[in-house]
Design a protein around this ligand. Structure first.
Ligand SMILES: [Fe+2]
Length: 412
């Protein structure tokens, strides 16, 4: 059966996505073992009827495509986008592929160093934070040569290496974000070290809890929620740990509305580094394949994260999206070709492309017939220059215009 939605909080179920087809008995068991109150089945996309699948039927069936599809499916199905639109690689960025090869080696090396550091901490010895500095510098160099090579590659994680590669990913995201915000290079390097160290406290969590597929008991949750404090204590006992790393380690699970942990601190009490850490940590988690969750595609992840009221600093989340050149669905963007388009979602085999619906020519100041482009990370021209302002272009009713363009029929 195809699940359209879970009823209850995102935290009540063990899946990254709310929309997927239940294919295995194990998935069904995990749903039954979760804390959700109910779920919504899209019968039109299911291969069995609800009466075959569950008894008694306690689910409702949405009626329209617009109601049943997640944003990117809505873009693809309801608005007629081909599932794999032509990739826009008229001119490819030189060196992208060679940077991918270098980045792959660097990710492996960094992962091994993080594993070593975790092993040291498990043995109760002080970790050598200074060993992380040259790694952060190399990761910073890689993303300076090409932001997207390492950032795209690091989303791919094997089950048993998740925590370690996640640390490498957060390091890269933090450094890229810090540079985009114009922070000084020594601060950027410290943020890289912070990314590598931020989850060190997970050494205090038992492996069976850390890798558990289903929902956690109260006691298990307590153990997981102890990792920022545990990590902070380990780092305080180590030499040469930057202040930024101590801060990010302790505060990366805080939320702006005070609903996070360990301190339940609110907006004004949370530093820039803490707010950056929360964004980078969650973005990498939801865009990574996990044993119990399918990954969200990047544009869809940012769209969802934007909707988590009270969790993130929203203007800062916008700057984070800008730093990656990946935008929530519905964002107005300008292309280097002098055209405006609307982000329709992610595309490509590994969801590394941004799908843009082009509809406006900035030179003639006129609308054109909408058409779709998949802008690959290696594309140099046209590439996405950045988000743009509907007010600047004096679009009289942007919401209506956006709806019209996104709903337009386009040639496949
Ligand atoms: Fe964490």
């Amino acid at each position: 059966m195809f699940i359209h939605a879970f009823e209850g909080s995102w935290f009540d179920h063990p899946f990254w996505t709310k929309h997927f087809c239940v294919e295995t008995a194990e998935q069904l068991l995990r749903i039954r073992g979760s804390a959700i109150d109910g779920l919504v089945i899209d019968q039109s996309r299911s291969r069995v009827t609800t009466s075959e699948a569950v008894s008694p039927p306690q689910f409702t069936r949405p009626t329209a495509v617009e109601e049943v599809a997640p944003p990117f499916r809505r873009a693809q199905v309801a608005f007629g986008l081909p599932s794999t639109p032509p990739r826009d690689e008229l001119r490819r960025k030189p060196g992208y592929n060679s940077e991918c090869r270098r980045a792959r080696r660097l990710i492996d090396k960094s992962r091994d160093a993080v594993i070593d550091m975790f092993d040291t901490a498990r043995l109760g010895r002080a970790v050598e934070a200074r060993r992380m500095v040259p790694l952060a510098r190399s990761i910073g160099d890689s993303i300076e040569r090409d932001t997207k090579a390492l950032v795209n590659l690091v989303r791919l994680k094997e089950k048993d290496e998740y925590t370690y590669v996640h640390s490498v990913a957060v390091c890269a995201l933090m450094m890229n974000f810090g540079r985009h915000l114009g922070l000084d290079e020594p601060v950027v390097q410290d943020l890289g070290v912070a990314g590598l160290l931020h989850d060190l406290g997970k050494v205090a969590i038992a492996d069976d809890i850390l890798n558990k597929n289903g929902s956690l008991s109260e006691g298990e949750l307590h153990s997981v929620r102890g990792h920022p404090l545990a990590g902070h204590a380990l780092l305080e006992n180590s030499q040469g740990v930057p202040e930024a790393a101590l801060e990010v380690c302790l505060r990366h699970h805080e939320k702006l509305d005070g609903g996070g942990y360990p301190g339940g601190l609110r907006r004004e009490a949370l530093s820039l580094f803490a707010r950056m850490g929360a964004i980078c940590d969650v973005y990498d988690a939801v865009t990574s394949n996990r044993p119990y969750k399918a990954a969200w595609a990047p544009c869809e992840a940012l769209t969802e994260m934007q909707g988590w009221t009270g969790h993130f600093d929203v203007p800062l989340l916008d700057r984070f999206a800008d730093s990656l050149g990946i935008f929530p669905i519905g964002t107005l963007v300008r292309l280097s070709s002098g055209e405006l388009g609307i982000v329709m979602g992610s595309g490509g085999e590994a969801w590394e492309d941004v799908m843009v619906r082009v509809f406006f020519d900035c030179e003639t100041l006129a609308e054109c017939d909408p058409f779709d482009r998949a802008v690959a990370p290696s594309a140099e021209n046209p590439r996405i220059v950045g988000r743009d302002s509907p007010t600047f272009w004096r679009f009289p009713d942007w919401d209506m215009m956006r709806w019209r363009v996104m709903a337009a029929e386009v040639a496949a």
